[in-house]
Ligand binder design. Structure first.
Ligand SMILES: [Zn+2]
Ligand SMILES: [Zn+2]
Length: 282
């Protein structure tokens, strides 16, 4: 069974991605949270394009993938969890939670270190936020974060099953918490103790700098509450808040494939174009 899952891992990922994308996109049509500031037609081709590019790049550069690192660690007995005699289900659970902590800390670091922020700001430059934003990352950030994850898996000895589970989970929750979907406030308040909700992560995509530097979690909301980076709601409210970052306001730079790939390389005089908060029809 395990061998079967690992052998079909790429197909499993693709199927999970397509299924979650379809469900969240439908939910966005049926129960949207905000009016869109740009149409899907102006954002989706580049956001989906970057996913295709990243997937091809990772398969080419790092063909063994994270599962390969986990299997090597198991074979060679590397890492904490391969030593301490934990039951395998416990090692899987601890492995998933520790990987989520690593991703949280990595996200904080990508905001704090200027050269890393140049890469990560491509994710934030999306002029609107929806399910496709959840998979929109610069290829160099993707490769760097894969290498960080490989190191974490080897050092912690995360079981291969935990790696597969975490990657599928992270993919799904990232698309869920970027989605433009309406969840009743009372339900959201309860749900966000368990998992990062769309209203919680949207705060992180606010144009306001202090709001951008909050709610770094992708799966578990625990880390933000624990490390004091939690912010419940955007000051302006979810309907009126502006999405994006101040230096990049031109759709030609923020929402085209070539523009997005160039975002890390702009100097101080970044591309600014007056994008008044206007609303195109959906
Ligand atoms: Zn961020
Ligand atoms: Zn995000």
């Amino acid at each position: 069974m395990e061998v079967l899952v690992f052998a079909h891992e790429p197909a499993l990922h693709l199927a999970a991605f397509a299924a979650v994308l379809a469900v969240m996109a439908l939910w966005e049509v049926l129960g949207p949270r905000r009016a869109r500031s740009l149409t899907r037609g102006r954002r989706w081709p580049a956001n989906i394009g970057i996913v295709v590019l990243n997937t091809a790049l990772v398969r080419l550069l790092l063909p063994t993938a994270a599962v390969g690192v986990a299997l090597s660690a198991e074979t060679h007995g590397w890492g904490l969890l391969n030593h301490d005699g934990l039951a395998s289900w416990a090692a899987i659970a601890v492995g998933v939670v520790l990987l989520d902590l690593v991703i949280y800390l990595q996200h904080v670091m990508f905001h704090a270190v200027p050269v890393l922020w140049r890469l990560h700001r491509m994710h934030h430059a999306d002029l609107d936020i929806d399910v496709t934003t959840g998979a929109r990352f610069h290829p160099v950030e993707i490769v760097l974060s894969m290498l960080i994850k490989f190191a974490a898996i080897a050092a912690l000895g995360v079981p291969a099953a935990a790696v597969v589970l975490f990657e599928v989970l992270l993919n799904a929750t990232s698309m869920f918490n970027h989605a433009n979907v309406r969840i009743p406030p009372a339900f959201d308040a309860a749900l966000r103790w368990l998992v990062v909700t769309p209203d919680m992560h949207r705060v992180h995509h606010s144009l306001e700098r202090d709001e951008t530097n909050s709610n770094f979690g992708f799966n578990l909301p625990l880390w933000d509450r624990l490390f004091g980076t939690y912010r419940a709601q955007p000051r302006a409210g979810h309907e009126a808040m502006t999405i994006g970052i101040p230096d990049f306001r031109d759709p030609a730079a923020c929402n085209t494939l070539t523009g997005m790939l160039a975002i890390p390389f702009h100097g101080e005089r970044a591309r600014r174009a007056p994008l008044e908060p206007h609303h195109e029809s959906r």
